[in-house]
Design a protein around this ligand. Structure first.
Ligand code: ARG
Length: 265
């Protein structure tokens, strides 16, 4: 994770971004701190990336890489503003000595568009990550990468439209996907939890699940009830200050998966 001490909204690279919005940085830092506390209470170890002045989106560490089985596939960002973030992620991942690290050749935005389910990687394209980068990720990670086409600009990253809940289940908002991608998801996950348009607009899917606890945005109350119905324990966190940049809890969290038997760096 990366503290939002330089967080700002300076351009409009997704429909949620309000470049005129005056960021309350103190509030942003305190909301982010609460998210760190939640993870620590749940027993996760949080590693921090040093914030860099002039990189206003660096708090969204999920976009910096996708890390599976000890292999870290570092992002190449679409927007020029975010491109320097890649080097920071690459340096940090290499410094741990835990991961085999490679930078993507094509545009690929880390866990924004590559979500590991435990069996395969579900990958989004349409707005940010380019389709050929999916094959690059598959070659590097050694897991099947299944391509999904996103069609609604409000859900510009896969992690705004789909949430792996455990090894067998996902939640997703069907309206974010092309007809063919919806068919694929129905075939793979006939029992998926389907989010409504309102759930998705409250960023309910931009969440992190450990298979039982699901850390979700506090205003996503309807989706929280659906998770409860399915036996999950929703843990609401208020990250409203990041909504003006199109971000939520998942965007602020890069999950590290070392090779089996190795402690996370
Ligand atoms: N303003 C950032 C961008 O548009 C938000 C990124 C949110 N991250 C995410 N994983 N969806 O790049």
């Amino acid at each position: 994770m990366c503290a939002p001490v330089h967080f700002d909204v300076t351009e409009k690279s997704n429909p949620w971004m309000q470049p005129n919005h005056v960021v309350d940085r103190e509030r942003a830092v305190s909301q982010w701190r609460t998210l760190v506390d939640v993870y620590e209470r749940l027993g996760h170890r949080v590693s921090l990336l040093d914030p860099v002045q002039g990189l206003p989106d660096m708090v969204f560490t999920a976009n910096g890489a996708v890390v599976v089985g000890g292999r870290a596939f570092v992002a190449r960002f679409r927007s020029a503003t975010r491109q320097p973030e890649s080097a920071a992620h690459q340096r940090w991942l290499e410094s741990t000595g835990t991961y085999t690290v490679a930078m993507s050749e094509g545009i690929g935005e880390g866990e924004g568009d590559f979500l590991f389910t435990g069996r395969h990687v579900l990958a989004g394209t349409g707005f940010r990550t380019e389709h050929p980068t999916h094959l690059e990720a598959q070659e590097f990670l050694g897991y099947p990468v299944l391509s999904l086409r996103l069609v609604d600009a409000c859900f510009y990253h896969l992690d705004t439209a789909l949430l792996p809940l455990d090894a067998d289940t996902i939640a997703y908002y069907p309206g974010a996907f092309s007809a063919g991608s919806r068919r694929l998801l129905e075939r793979l996950y006939p029992d998926a939890l389907l989010a409504t348009a309102a759930d998705a607009r409250h960023f309910g899917l931009n969440a992190i699940s450990d298979g039982h606890h699901v850390v979700i945005p506090a205003d996503s109350t309807h989706f929280a009830d659906r998770l409860l119905d399915r036996g999950y324990e929703p843990i609401p966190v208020d990250l409203s200050e990041f909504r003006a940049s199109g971000g939520g809890p998942k965007c602020c969290t890069l999950e590290l998966r070392p090779a089996d038997g190795t402690p996370a760096g």
